[in-house]
Design a protein around this ligand. Structure first.
Ligand SMILES: Cc1cc2nc3c(=O)[nH]c(=O)nc-3n(C[C@H](O)[C@H](O)[C@H](O)COP(=O)(O)OP(=O)(O)OC[C@H]3O[C@@H](n4cnc5c(N)ncnc54)[C@H](O)[C@@H]3O)c2cc1C
Length: 463
């Protein structure tokens, strides 16, 4: 049996993890994680996510110790440093097989091919697995073998030939102890302490499974009704766990009672709507894998006329800090700053407000979200921003422009969510709460732009 190395990245779990299981089946295994702090910052990864990652790594180290797999923590400031760092570890421990799970953004793919070349030069076998998706990019294609560019037909095809894709990987049993010392996961990376937002977002697979089970035994049945209401805990809040891979999507399908396509078609509305969101997650990962230009700051719709974005820093700052004068947008932005997370309905309202009402480049907003989100995830964030800015995969054209007042009336009818994050409006209700500028003498920030004017400006700019 030859020494194996499993390089864990966004598959930070021991259950349903093909890279870990196959490495351990092949021989005595060492696990490693590479901290690339400078590269992460270049990718706009924020403090909340780094702290969450640290907590998750600590839990993972404990779980791996139970399997007697030593967990090494390596440092390579940029992705270009990773091949040398991994080669050094491989040489030192006479590694003969490297195992890792695929990642799809362009820079990650370049890094992985350079690592493969470096390790193969040392005589190592390199094996790449799918751990973050149920179905890999390239396996869900149109009749003419092209990738899908719109969600609904993608989802139909994804389900139609699902086959055994929901089968989970076996959890490995503990190996014999090997003579390699595990590293201690640092408490800090790049000045960020692991305790940041720890109460809201405990790290690790156990926390993820606990959340998933709680959601799937209760709130899931009403998900189709409550998922758009930000004042309710109607969604799973599993996104940070899915984005670092502390949880596999297959486990989510199983927890919702689905192990094959037939199982999906007989579901009630709640679970079926929830699992559909997980298929959105798959869709955006397929998009970044198959359309590499979206990893290069380009609009998904390559042939669209460039929009004359307003590069207005003051308006952007007002939006970032939650001071646009539109209470629902302000509450959303303040939720993000306070918790590192924002409800999906609000992400859409807020992103559309920035790109349509303020006509500010979606890339500014995408970056701010990445810097703040605990679940910051390139594929879903880029997909969500481009969808909202009408540069992406939205089947509806550019004239989809949410009215923030109507949206608030529909989705926060009593204003409970707004009042929580914008306490200075707590005594108001109804029209006064949603349009505080109509209340004589009220001191709330005036609306940064008039809705009707902004709508017409956006329509002209996108035409
Ligand atoms: C502008 C914008 C930016 C976004 N940025 C991110 C991001 O950086 N990271 C991220 O994980 N999600 C992002 N999303 C998608 C979505 O808002 C979050 O996944 C969701 O709010 C997470 O909450 P939850 O775990 O309670 O989701 P639930 O409603 O419980 O859904 C279950 C899971 O499905 C996935 N999911 C749900 N909605 C979507 C969606 N619209 N697109 C892709 N996957 C989805 C998530 O992994 C989520 O955890 C973004 C959406 C928009 C509109």
């Amino acid at each position: 049996m030859t020494q194996q190395l499993v390089w864990l990245r966004s598959d930070l779990r021991i259950h349903d993890n093909a890279a870990l299981a196959r490495a351990m089946a092949a021989g005595p295994t060492i696990a490693c994680f590479v901290i690339s702090a400078k590269q992460w910052r270049q990718h706009d990864v924020g403090d909340a996510r780094i702290a969450f990652l640290l907590r998750t790594l600590t839990e993972l180290g404990n779980d791996l110790a139970k399997l007697r797999v030593p967990f090494k923590i390596l440092k390579a400031p940029f992705f270009s440093d990773v091949p040398a760092v991994l080669a050094r570890l491989a040489k030192k421990h006479h590694v003969e097989g490297l195992h890792f799970s695929a990642e799809y953004p362009l820079n990650e793919r370049k890094r992985d091919s350079q690592v493969t070349i470096a390790l193969e030069k040392l005589g190592c076998d390199v094996d790449v697995y799918e751990s973050s998706l149920v179905r890999s990019p390239g396996t869900v294609l149109t009749g003419s073998n092209d990738p899908y560019t719109v969600f609904s037909p993608f989802k139909r095809r994804w389900l139609a030939d699902l086959g055994g894709a929901l089968g989970q990987e076996k959890t490995p049993r503990a190996q014999r102890a090997i003579d390699v010392e595990a590293d201690v996961v640092p408490r800090k990376i790049d000045g960020v302490d692991a305790s940041l937002l720890a109460d809201l977002w405990p790290g690790g697979e156990k926390a993820a499974l606990g959340r998933m089970t709680a959601f799937c035994t209760a709130a899931i049945s009403d998900y189709h009704k409550s998922r758009d209401l930000p004042a309710l805990p109607g969604t799973s809040s599993l996104s940070p766990y899915l984005s670092v891979g502390a949880l596999s999507p297959r486990r989510c399908f199983a927890a919702a009672g689905v192990t094959d396509a037939a199982g999906y078609s007989s579901l009630d509305d709640g679970p079926s709507t929830w699992l559909s969101e997980l298929i959105w997650r798959e869709f955006y990962r397929h998009v970044i894998a198959q359309f590499p230009h979206v990893s290069q700051l380009q609009p998904f719709k390559r042939n669209m006329k460039p929009v004359a974005w307003r590069h207005n820093k003051a308006d952007f700052e007002a939006w970032c800090s939650g001071n646009t004068g539109y209470p629902v947008v302000d509450a959303a932005q303040r939720q993000l700053l306070a918790t590192g997370w924002m409800h999906n309905r609000l992400r859409m309202i807020s992103a559309m407000f920035l790109t349509k009402h303020l006509l500010i480049d979606w890339r500014w907003g995408e970056r701010h979200f990445m810097e703040q989100l605990v679940d910051g995830d390139f594929a879903s964030n880029n997909g969500g921003w481009q969808w909202s800015a009408s540069t992406g995969t939205d089947a509806a054209p550019y004239f989809r422009i949410f009215n923030p007042i109507t949206q608030a009336k529909r989705f926060d009818a009593q204003g409970d969510f707004i009042k929580h994050y914008v306490p200075e409006l707590a005594e108001l209700s109804g029209k006064a709460l949603l349009e505080p500028w109509t209340v004589a003498g009220h001191e709330y920030a005036p609306p940064i732009v008039d809705h009707k004017f902004a709508r017409e400006r956006a329509l002209a700019a996108f035409k």
